[in-house]
Ligand binder design. Structure first.
Ligand code: OXD
Ligand code: MN
Length: 606
């Protein structure tokens, strides 16, 4: 794009010359009818939500204050990983797990797509910061978008608006350029649709330039560019260069009955219960859990210790499976309103519903397609909400949000948990022997796929550190970065654990009750951190010794607990070729330390 100015009618503006020039350049290319600088105020939210109601994108919910329902185009319901690119300067920079295209070629293709793409629309400019404005290094971004739905969602998910812009102006700050268009210009006389999008979709990252270009989708991680695109893909590249970590992890504060606090982070692939774990209500007496983050952790070393902050300001949770029986805290957060619900079902009296919200099916609903749905439909297996439907809610509304959420310096981390959704093989909990072993465990995390990404559901795929779709550079270099940090900060790295709540028993049911009962596993983990918690060595790491897990009052038979938590050498021997095949993908980028770990595992299992 060449720098040009534009005569497009504009509300707002900036003294940040470089930013002003970029905005003018984008406006000249995309030719919107008007440009609006977003101030982040309540008045602005009211105006935009009203406009979205008028446009048919939003339905105002009578039963939830200041809350709205939206349904996307049925072809725009999830992150599109096959359309997501890391356009590093070289293909090797993107590595074996990312789509790549030459950046110049991609820019040329997308510049053609962007030309005139905002015709008939408003172009919004959203100044935002991921993390805190008061951080030592504030992590600025500016998203240009032609979607008011994106503006409203970003106002929940990030800290946005005038205050951010004013600070950027004072500092003449650098920022991540995030360009988004739904890719649906409105021709003269043409009527807009409630959910504009395009059949051509590109979610593109230029990691060296810290730039994001997204086209064609209005949904979630494809469009709210502060989240996956910036806080994970671009931030992971920054973190690699600058010696920190940007991870797909929740942040949890645990307080034991003696009042001792531990902060842990946990990485799970999308839609594996991260939000539920982040808001867990322990079932064991005297224990307290509070949330600092539910999806992303940025971790930096301070005084030799690893500290985590949550760069986000909102929850963008998978709705189905979040409900009164499983996550009362999320329901309380939602109850307070100020939320956007996308692709969930509506009740006739203006509330929302999704599978798993209640044990009982409602009598009557309007499903996410806007069609009538009855209890009989539900009993016949017809879903009322899309499996990847979402609630978008301010994080501070959650009753278990810890005060430390507001601390720009974050919290010191004592343990990292990895998890996935596995019917077999992976025990309830395993502790890694040391950092390299923990990195090896993280690099081989596997899970059955879910609806969070487009594609088949239920297929086992490797998802290193739950970052497969989110590493913004060569995943071999990413693993090496983990290994290197362990060497650089030897003795100060968190302990690493692998968990699996999803193992099945002989009847095919879940062997472990999961949800709040996972607090029993957290208790053992904290005991291990404090030098207690009996464990036995196995070839895959340390697992709880018999009787070491607190199972008092647990509604599970001893056989089920055994099935959930046992190490099975045969299952692991069957797993080895799969791990072999996975790590072979990295070729000579596979860190030697991880190759050695694999060799060690093979020997211990032989
Ligand atoms: C998410 C995801 O939206 O991981 O958090 O897909
Ligand atoms: Mn996620």
């Amino acid at each position: 794009m060449t720098a040009t100015t534009t005569n497009t009618p504009t509300t707002g503006g900036t003294t940040h010359e470089e930013l002003a020039a970029w905005v003018a350049e984008v406006a000249a290319l995309t030719t919107p009818d008007r440009v609006v600088w977003i101030d982040g105020s309540r008045e602005e939210w009211d105006r935009l939500t009203e406009e979205l109601v008028e446009a048919g994108t939003f339905v105002k919910l009578d039963k939830k204050e200041n809350s709205f329902w939206a349904a996307s185009d049925p072809n725009d319901v999830a992150r599109v990983e096959d359309r997501t690119y890391i356009c590093s300067k070289t293909q090797e920079g993107a590595g074996p797990t990312n789509n790549w295209m030459d950046p110049d070629e991609m820019k040329s293709t997308m510049t053609d797509l962007y030309r005139g793409c905002m015709k008939g629309r408003t172009m919004y400019v959203i100044p935002f910061v991921m993390g805190h404005l008061e951080a030592d290094v504030p992590m600025y971004g500016v998203e240009i978008t032609d979607s008011a739905y994106v503006v409203c969602s970003m106002r929940i998910m990030a800290r946005i608006g005038s205050e951010v812009l004013a600070q950027m102006e004072r500092e003449t700050a650098g920022y991540v350029k995030c360009l988004h268009s739904v890719g649906a210009p409105i021709a003269e006389g043409e009527q807009d649709v409630p959910w504009p999008c395009s059949t051509t979709k590109y979610i593109v990252h230029f990691p060296e330039e810290r730039t994001i270009w997204s086209f064609g989708s209005g949904y979630g991680g494809n469009a709210l560019l502060g989240k996956k695109c910036y806080a994970l893909r671009i931030a992971s590249a920054m973190a690699h260069d600058e010696g920190w970590m940007a991870e797909h992890m929740l942040i949890l504060k645990l307080t034991n009955p003696e009042g001792k606090v531990h902060y842990i982070v946990a990485a799970f692939p999308s839609a594996c219960g991260k939000t539920n774990l982040a808001m867990i209500e322990p079932t064991i007496p005297g224990w307290k859990a509070e949330m600092i983050g539910d999806d992303i952790a940025w971790m930096r070393f301070r005084d030799g210790q690893l500290y985590a902050v949550n760069p986000e300001n909102g929850l963008f949770g998978v709705a189905p499976g979040t409900g009164h029986p499983t996550n009362e805290n999320a329901m309380h957060a939602i109850e307070k309103g100020n939320s956007i619900f996308t692709n969930v079902a509506r009740t006739p009296d203006g509330d929302i519903w999704w599978e798993g919200m209640t044990n009982e099916l409602p009598e009557q609903l309007i499903d996410w397609h806007g069609e009538q749905w009855t209890k009989a439909d539900g009993e016949a297996g017809k879903l009322a909400a899309h499996p990847n439907s979402r609630f978008c809610t301010p994080i501070v509304q959650c009753p278990v949000t810890a005060p430390e959420f507001e601390d720009p310096n974050g919290v010191p981390i004592s343990a990292i948990l990895f998890g996935g959704r596995r019917k077999t093989t992976v025990p309830l909990v395993t502790q890694a022997r040391d950092w390299d072993h923990g990195t090896f465990i993280g690099s081989t995390v596997s899970s059955e796929t879910t609806a969070a990404a487009a594609g088949a559901v239920g297929v086992v795929r490797r998802d290193p550190m739950a970052m497969l779709p989110f590493v913004g550079y060569n995943a071999g270099d990413y693993l090496q970065h983990w290994v290197n940090l362990g060497k650089e900060h030897a003795g100060n790295m968190p302990a690493v654990f692998l968990v699996n709540w999803f193992r099945r028993d002989a009847d095919g049911g879940f062997a472990w009750p999961g949800f709040a009962e996972n607090s029993r596993v957290l208790k053992w983990i904290v005991e291990r951190l404090e030098g207690g918690g009996d464990a036995v060595e196995t070839p895959i790491g340390l697992i709880p010794a018999e009787g070491a897990l607190d199972t008092e009052g647990l509604d599970a038979t001893p056989e089920q607990i055994e099935v959930a938590s046992r190490f099975d050498a045969d299952e692991w021997r069957a797993e080895l070729p799969l791990i072999d095949e996975w790590l072979a993908k990295f070729g000579d980028k596979l860190p030697q330390e991880l190759a050695d770990e694999l060799e060690g595992l093979k020997q211990r299992l032989s």
